[in-house]
Design a protein around this ligand. Sequence first.
Ligand code: DP6
Length: 352
Amino acid sequence: MTTTQEFLGKEDFTINNQTVSESCPSNIALIKYWGKYDNQIPANPSISYTLNHCKTNTTMEFLADEPFSVQTFLAGNEEVKFAEKIEKYFRNIEQYLPWILKGKYIIKTENTFPHSSGIASSASGFGAIAKCLMKLDETFSEIDTKEESLRKASFLARLGSGSACRSLYNGLVVWGQSQIKDSSDLFAVQYPNDEIHEIFKNFNDWVLLIHEGQKTVSSTVGHSLMNTNPYADRRFQEARENFGPMKEILANGDLPSFIKLVEHEALTLHAMMMMSDPAFILMKTGTLEVINKIWDFRRETNLPLFFTLDAGANVHLLFPNDGSEEKIKSFIETELLQHTQNNGVVRDVMRF
Ligand code: DP6
């Protein structure tokens, strides 16, 4: 079993001025991570799709031997709050990158998707920062293999934001100890490609922007509400159990069971929030209208359009490219788009 020891940094390093750039996609969970223990250890395993288009592009300038400080720019605008968060994060991971506090950072980052779209910018953002850090690490210390470096990037990303550790890999990705080979609570692993039916390797994720404002509850607060939720243990157990059917579904291409499981996971996440103290209802009227229309559409046409949700009101519309997608797309345009705030939709795909 891998332990944190494996990721401790080498004390032997030579630093110099460097500028590195990296890009990292966002991801959407199918079995959700909701609830965690100290040091970003997830309460249950999760599995997600990594998106193809929604990404964060980050450039990190490291000025060696200057007093430690972090300056961040998001789409050209200085973000002081974000810099404070990153400074804290860097201090927190010093044992894994012993050179990290020995310089000044200017970090410029931009997302290819709208802010507050419900697309996890913390996942792609911390993913990109962790990749930049590993690029610096490769030049300052003895080079690790590509595979080790990626695993450490996932480990470091997790310490920034849990779901970020899954964004380091393409396709379907698992984080958290489970029946999936080599899975760990410390980093994510790619789901074995040869155990995935072709239908799941070419999927769409269209995100309907039902509500574009600030999130009503941050994920930090959301996760902590699970500490006192009376249903938490049952939920963690259910998520672990869901890996059994999920494994079979992915292998045999059982789309109806996939749809049922993925929608159940999304609704459970929201149910947990409704049963928390204080309680939160994260859906808006439009969210419910869209869900009901999807269910009616499936009953009437039998076409595989379904949804998942993050901790917010926006709806991720999932459907395969299996020949039925044109009918589904025109249904979305004519029936579902009207429930968004400004005709907002982000069209992404998961192809691998
Ligand atoms: C609902 O990864 O954003 O998207 O670890 O506190 O940064 P922190 O939380 P975060 O939580 C994501 C929760 C989720 C489900 C998921 O992505 O699995």
